[in-house]
Design a protein around this ligand. Structure first.
Ligand code: ISJ
Length: 368
């Protein structure tokens, strides 16, 4: 008894000592964060004196995060460390100017998660019901930036987002990559007793094999979003939803099975849209919208300037132009920033070959 007591006393004393060290560090960390915030305010003043009201600088934020990751020695993970610095920057930026970010809602969607991953929590978020509404909100100046999904590693492109760029004057200012985990959610006790499983059609497709194996008799019903699916499941015990953590928490649903996506590396790419022309960060990509003249070998000729200037093309998608029946436009992503000499030269050459070339934006590659 005496031994145990002294042992406990020893552990408690040890914890007390460690906590004193933590308290002392917190004092220093807090003072340093305040000092950092004062410097950010000084940067804001200089920006204002220059006549600029672009307080948000995605290329600088990407640089800060890359430095954080390069320095990280553990024990915190890269994600955890980046998240902490993301929130510090978010709070510093909010001192300069509080951003309003429109995103494809409702609350609880992966797009909201992507918006918060990019901007942190010190922003005002505006959930909108459709991708074109997000574009309009930013075009009208009601929101500083918008976040929309563009590509999923399992199911491919989100065509609606690409099509919006044909007519919109907005630029791509950044990209966000988000690992997507889907869960089977509901209010009841037994998922086998459910009559239907609802989710966004992309999510149903991403969990097809799991559903075939585990819920073969349950009807699959596509709905507008995963968050909408969660809302429906919260209202009816016979309805199951496939959605992510945020939606599960928001609607207080029971998790019957977690990470049911067929591919463990399931990632969705989101774009940050706005009026800002992002300057080079040192590790950028450029998105283009191109259309070819309608003649044999047109695509090959169209892309030749990229090869000639040794530009790496990372993606190409074709979409009907909607202007004439058999004409196509191409969405092309290349490595580099349009201000880089090599890229600028390739774009000048491309301009001569293409019937139409629109520079959708150069922006930092997703950091994490
Ligand atoms: C402080 C600045 O303004 C903002 C805040 C940043 C930060 O807290 O590090 C970085 C970029 C900007 O979005 C800056 O431009 O350096």
């Amino acid at each position: 008894m005496t031994v145990k007591k002294s042992k406990n006393g020893g552990a408690e004393a040890q914890i007390k000592k460690l906590r004193e060290q933590i308290d002392a560090l917190d004092v220093k960390i807090q003072a340093l964060i305040s000092e950092r915030a004062r410097l950010a305010l000084a940067v804001a003043e200089t920006k204002q004196q220059e006549g600029s009201n672009n307080f948000y600088r995605p290329e600088r934020e990407a640089e800060v995060l890359r430095n954080v990751l390069a320095r990280n020695q553990g024990p915190l993970s890269e994600e955890a460390m980046a998240r902490l610095f993301r929130e510090i920057m978010s709070a510093c930026l909010a001192l300069e100017s509080r951003l309003r970010i429109a995103f494809l809602g409702p609350e609880g969607t992966f797009t909201q998660e992507a918006a918060l991953k990019q901007f942190g929590h010190a922003v005002e978020t505006a959930p909108l019901a459709a991708i074109d509404e997000v574009f309009r909100e930013v075009e009208s100046g009601n929101a500083h930036f918008g976040v929309v999904p563009v590509e999923n590693s399992t199911e491919g492109v989100i065509n609606h987002t690409l099509d919006m760029f044909m007519a919109s004057p907005l630029k791509i200012c950044g990209e966000v990559a988000l690992r997507i985990h889907h869960h089977l959610l509901g209010k009841g006790n037994d998922p086998q007793g459910a009559h239907s499983v609802v989710s966004h059609q992309q999510s149903l497709a991403q969990c097809r094999e799991w559903l075939d194996a585990n819920l073969p008799g349950v009807k699959r019903v596509p709905v507008a979003s995963n968050a909408e699916a969660a809302r429906l499941a919260a209202a009816d015990v016979g309805t199951l939803a496939i959605a992510g953590d945020t939606a599960a928490q928001l609607y207080g649903l029971h998790m019957f099975a977690s990470n049911i996506e067929d591919r463990p590396d399931n990632t969705t790419r989101f774009l940050v849209i706005g009026t800002l022309e992002t300057v080079p960060s040192g590790n950028d990509k450029t998105s283009l919208l191109l259309s070819s003249r309608n003649r044999p070998g047109a695509l090959q000729r169209l892309l030749a300037p990229l090869a000639k200037n040794k530009i790496n093309m990372t993606r190409i998608e074709s979409r009907p132009s909607r202007q004439s029946m058999w004409e196509y436009v191409f969405f092309v992503d290349i490595d580099g920033h349009m201000k880089d000499r090599k890229v600028a030269k390739a774009l000048a050459d491309l301009e001569k070959e293409a019937a139409f070339l629109k520079r959708l934006g150069s922006y930092p590659k997703a950091v994490l």
